[in-house]
Design a protein around this ligand. Sequence first.
Ligand SMILES: C[S@@+](CC[C@H](N)C(=O)[O-])C[C@H]1O[C@@H](n2cnc3c(N)ncnc32)[C@H](O)[C@@H]1O
Length: 215
Amino acid sequence: MQIRALIFIPYRRAAAHGVCSKNNFMKIRNRHGHFNLIAPFYDKIFGSMRHDLLLQHLEARPGDLLLDIGGGTGRVAQHLAPAGVTTIVVDPSPSMLKSAREKALPGVRALAEQLPFATDSIPRILIVDAFHHFAQQELAARELVRVLQPGGRLVIEEPDLRTAGAKVIAILEKVALMQTHFIAPPEMADLFVGFGARLIAIDTENINAQIVLTK
Ligand SMILES: C[S@@+](CC[C@H](N)C(=O)[O-])C[C@H]1O[C@@H](n2cnc3c(N)ncnc32)[C@H](O)[C@@H]1O
């Protein structure tokens, strides 16, 4: 897999693969300015997390290419590198990406709704705590399934809306006018299955769920 080729495809040239018009792209891209503001403090606020389970669900092997979509500062991706996985952080926020690049992680500025990657090209895809920020979740799900390699793995970690803790987070983000939209894990799995993915498992731990898919 030519990572350089993947990284430098500008989104306009990739529109042939995508599903977003330019206007739509600009509208969605302007929704997450707050991440540009909090990027310098993000890792300190959110701390670290468990990575072993993610790697297990991803079935990630040394040399595998992995996209961390909505990967932000690379808070999660930085811990996957020791497993030999080549991780690219994909995020629309320039400040979050700057922080990821400072960790020596390659970054691509793009939206989940319009991914500049070829169909069936990516063996491993991860999304942690980002899906509820995607402005057009159906478009994003379709794009994610499109770029996923047949037999590959797509793992989404999200607060599990079936728990009280996640419900509180959803309410607080609504009050803070963050324009987030949480959906319960089975509903999310159905969304991806509708675009051709196959559900492997929904794993829950505390207030988070990991939705494990293939195609
Ligand atoms: C709460 S942060 C999570 C960052 C990282 N995954 C982590 O767990 O540390 C959500 C990220 O999603 C990104 N994001 C928001 N809308 C997006 C979209 N439509 N496509 C891709 N990423 C998006 C934001 O810029 C932000 O970096």
